[in-house]
Design a protein around this ligand. Structure first.
Ligand code: ATP
Ligand code: MG
Ligand code: MG
Length: 290
């Protein structure tokens, strides 16, 4: 489900909130100025709390604890990263060589029932994707579907994919799920930054700093980071990028240490976070040098 959500603060007039991806209703206006509420997930709350005292602190939204609304629905309150920008352009890149947890794959494998709905979804996207047997049954197993879906985008190869882009005043576009080729990804990034080299330099410097902090961060060393995004935001004056969305980021068992750079093999928990970050860094470098 993808939604474009806006709420306008009548008090201050100007303010506009834009949500690129995720379910509508997940976000609400914050209790404090410059903050938003996101529907509570325990995994994410835990990460937000840890990150406030980690070296990565300046690369994540500030976290302000949890709140409940009148209906008893719980939220985390976090910094609205858009608040300091004027008519921002926004890009959400989901980082990593896979976007599901190993435990999600385990769960899906415990369900031995092939599914017709997933088969239909697959065929609608690529009529040649199913095997002969799957075509006969017109059904497909969930783990097979999950793995196939990752191969559609640049996720597997580049370690990131563009989820959505919103240009200032322009329409939001989310037709990115099937962009796989490096050149195409690069072209979309060039368009996003409106071909501005100074902007590319600001993004690049921030990404390089993020990479160096990741290598020293306790949080980064001890977590499998899945389905998390880098949120790129710029306006006429400034460009910067932050880590968001920790709903599928989990603490690693003591005996597992990630490189974040090795390709994923089942059981290793490798997330490919640095594969994605390095490819983004290379792409921005190329944009600057071309
Ligand atoms: P999904 O898991 O489907 O990616 P989600 O419900 O976990 O979605 P997020 O990915 O955290 O939600 O956020 C969805 C969108 O909301 C982002 O792409 C971004 O546009 C916006 N957003 C999220 N957090 C912030 C923030 N702190 N400041 C500004 N915008 C944000
Ligand atoms: Mg997200
Ligand atoms: Mg999420």
């Amino acid at each position: 489900v993808t939604a474009l959500l806006k709420f306008t603060r009548t008090k201050q007039g100007q303010y506009e909130w834009i949500q690129l991806v995720g379910h509508p209703g997940t976000f609400k206006e914050g209790l404090h100025e410059g903050y938003v509420l996101k529907a509570l997930s325990e995994k994410e709350r835990r990460c937000c709390e840890l990150l406030q005292n980690d070296l990565l602190k300046d690369f994540v939204p500030k976290y302000n604890g949890t709140v409940a609304d009148e209906e008893g629905k719980h939220y985390i309150e976090m910094e609205d990263l858009l608040a300091s920008f004027k008519e921002p352009c926004i890009m959400d890149c989901k980082i990593g060589v896979r976007t599901y947890l190993e435990e999600d794959l385990d769960t899906s494998e415990r369900d031995p029932e092939p599914r017709a709905d997933l088969y239909e979804k697959m065929i609608a996207i690529d009529s040649t994707a199913a095997t002969e047997k799957e075509n006969e049954e017109k059904k497909i197993l969930k783990p097979r579907y999950m793995m196939w879906r990752e191969s559609l985008s640049s996720t597997e190869e580049l370690g990131f994919r563009i989820e959505a882009i919103k240009k200032s005043r322009g329409l939001m576009s989310k037709e990115f799920q099937r962009i796989k080729k490096r050149d195409d990804v690069q072209q979309h990034i060039i368009e996003f930054i409106a071909n501005s080299v100074p902007r590319a330099v600001q993004y690049l410097n921030r990404l390089i700093e993020l990479r160096s902090i990741c290598l020293q961060s306790k949080f980064f060393q001890t977590h499998e980071i899945i389905g998390s995004s880098l949120l790129f935001i710029h306006d006429a004056n400034r460009a910067s990028v932050w880590m968001i969305d920790f709903g599928k980021t989990i603490l690693l068992p003591d005996n597992i240490h990630l490189t974040h750079t090795q390709p994923w093999i089942r059981g290793t928990h490798e997330d490919g976070y640095l594969i994605g970050l390095d490819n983004l860094i290379l792409i921005f470098k190329e944009i600057i040098n071309d």
